[in-house]
Every structure is written in C-alpha cells, then in structure tokens.
Design a protein around this ligand. Structure first.
Ligand SMILES: CC(C)(COP(=O)(O)OP(=O)(O)OC[C@H]1O[C@@H](n2cnc3c(N)ncnc32)[C@H](O)[C@@H]1OP(=O)(O)O)[C@@H](O)C(=O)NCCC(=O)NCCS
Length: 294
C-alpha cells in the first residue's frame, strides 16, 4: 500500500469493549451496515474475543476496520480451533487506497497465530480470494415432516419480556452443538443480533424438551428450522409435537444429523457465502446455523 494512503491516519489494534476507539469502530459499523449493537448491551453478550484492526483519523473517527473473533466451531463432533473475520468496512471517502487489504493482512497475521482455520461470510468473495480464502458450498435439507410426538407446550419468546430475555441468555450460554457434522456452539451475541434482524424469525421455548427453537414459516406451509438451543437436541418429531404445527414440509437450515430425520440436500443460495482459509476437513453436506453467521 502507498504510504500516502495512511499518512494522516493512526493504526490501532484494540479489544477493549467500551473504550473510545471501540465506540468509533461501532460507529463505522452503524454507518456502513446499519448495525445497532444496543441489544448486546441489554443482553450483556459482547463477544470477549472481538479484536479490531483499524485506522483512525486525527479526530478519532474510524476510517477503516477489520475485526477477528474466536469461532467456537465443532466438526465431526469435535471442537476445532478457528477464527473468524468480520466487520470489514471502510468509510466511502477512504476507499480504494488499499486500507482494507492492509487491515485484512494484519488481521490474518494475528489469526494465523491463533488457529489453522479462518472463516468468514461475505457478499463479495472476489475480494478475499487473493488472501487464500475459498468458497464453501453449504446445503440446507428439505423433506417431509415426521409424525408428531408428545404434547403441545410451545411458548413464543418476546424481546420485550425481561423473563424471556433472561431465559434465552441462560440457554444460549449453556447450549450444546446442534449437529455432530458441523456447527457453531457459542457466539451468543451474534445469535441475538441475527435473530432480531431476521424478518419473520420466531423463537419458541419448548419447556418439555428444555430447548428454544428458532423457526421461520415460509409460504406454502414450510417450516424452516434455523437453530436449536439446549443441552440435549430432541428429535424433529418431538419438536413438531411440542410446536403443535402441521407443516407441509420441513427445511433444516443446519445439518439435521441429530434430529432422527433425513432431508434431501439442496444448495444454499444466500447473499453471503461462507469462505474458509486453511484446513477444513469435512466430506458431508452441511450448513452452519444462519443464526450464528458473524
Ligand atoms: C469492501 C470495502 C471494505 C473495501 O474497502 P477499501 O478500503 O476500499 O478496499 P481496498 O482499497 O483495500 O481494496 C479495494 C479493492 O477491493 C476490491 N473491492 C472493493 N469493493 C468490492 C466489491 N464490492 N466487490 C468485489 N471487490 C471489491 C476491488 O478490487 C478494489 O480495487 P480498486 O480499488 O482497484 O477498485 C469497502 O468498499 C466497504 O466498506 N464496502 C461496504 C461494506 C462491505 O461490503 N464490506 C465487506 C463485507 S464482507
């Protein structure tokens, strides 16, 4: 990168939530992605490993940023050390000077010291190809609903209810992987931001099964299962019974291997694709929960 590009800018690395530089990074993300992090304060679920690599102007505005976090990934049932890249943004007046590429190189140098695997989700994969990332095709799973088992017991959680928020928080912090093939188990703050930001997403507490399920109803009576939060994953038949619903079909937007149900794989066509850099040893179709996209 041309030195002139950063002449009036100060480079900083930071992971102190609440510091003035942290707030300046959040302001950049609010301006770029319309991101509101207030829910993270309400739920007290800031990601402790969030680390930002940024350029600041003289008046402490964040001109460009790339962030890294630890990703609590499980592959084939085992925890895998992985890091994630997120919050990649440059203010419009500072773009096309090489700031993002510079910050990405710095962030990746840090990631490489933490783990052999880096993941990200992006709508502009071409930007990341020169850094050794490749696109991984995810699949969702579609099929007939199973015969319902058990009594109806669903309670829809409300963002307004302090009791529901406390329940959700406690369950997120003590959850187990939703799949033995591939899943993320953690990033509770991301779950809150994604769940709040996904139109039509509903959270149901199923007390008899001791889980919260994230679902979406699609046109034509299809039930989309987006995530299951609990210490033990119930079968899909139990979930359908507890929800007391009669969907025409089911879509599982994560690997359904623990649900005692099989669906047919279908390629995801999301705006944001999953990219990986490093060792990613998985030979079965899978999808990481969209509720934990970072
Ligand atoms: C993408 C973004 C971070 C690039 O920041 P930047 O500091 O201008 O990036 P750099 O100067 O290091 O690199 C620019 C190069 O990136 C590539 N690039 C930029 N935007 C791109 C896009 N939307 N699609 C594909 N490639 C892109 C181009 O090759 C560009 O080269 P050019 O300057 O010759 O046109 C910035 O445009 C931005 O904040 N966009 C909005 C937020 C966003 O999309 N973030 C990425 C989400 S994963």
């Amino acid at each position: 990168m041309d030195e002139a590009a950063t002449a009036a800018l100060v480079y900083r690395e930071n992971n102190e939530n609440g510091s003035p530089t942290f707030q300046a990074v959040m302001d950049l993300l609010a301006d770029t992605f319309d991101l509101n992090i207030e829910p993270l304060k309400t739920f007290d679920l800031f990601e402790p490993t969030y680390r930002s690599f940024s350029y600041f102007t003289e008046n402490r505005t964040c001109a460009a940023n790339v962030s890294a976090i630890d990703v609590p990934l499980f592959l084939s049932g085992n925890p895998v050390k992985a890091t994630g890249i997120q919050s990649v943004a440059t203010r419009p007046s500072y773009r096309h000077r090489g700031l993002s590429r510079d910050l990405l190189a710095r962030a990746l140098a840090w990631c490489d010291k933490q783990s052999d695997l880096v993941l990200l989700h992006t709508s502009i994969p071409d930007f990341y190809l020169p850094f050794g990332f490749s696109i991984v095709q995810e699949h969702f799973f579609v099929g007939k609903p199973p015969e319902a088992v058990g009594e109806a017991c669903a309670h829809e959680l409300s963002w307004e209810s302090q009791k529901d928020r406390a329940l959700l928080r406690q369950m997120l912090l003590s959850r187990t992987p939703a799949s033995s093939v591939a899943s993320i188990c953690g990033l509770s703050g991301m779950f809150i931001l994604n769940a709040m930001g996904t139109e039509g997403l509903c959270l149901y507490h199923l007390p008899a099964l001791q889980v919260v399920v994230a679902v979406k109803n699609k046109e034509g009576g299809t039930l989309c299962l987006l995530d299951i939060i609990g210490q033990k994953i119930p079968t899909l038949a139990q979930i359908v019974g507890a929800l007391d619903c009669a969907p025409s079909s089911i879509e599982a937007h994560f690997s359904p291997d623990l649900l005692d149900w099989t669906g047919t794989k279908a390629p995801c066509q999301k705006k944001n694709v999953l990219m990986i850099r490093g060792e990613f040893d998985i030979d079965r179709p899978f999808m990481l929960q969209p509720t934990l996209a970072f």
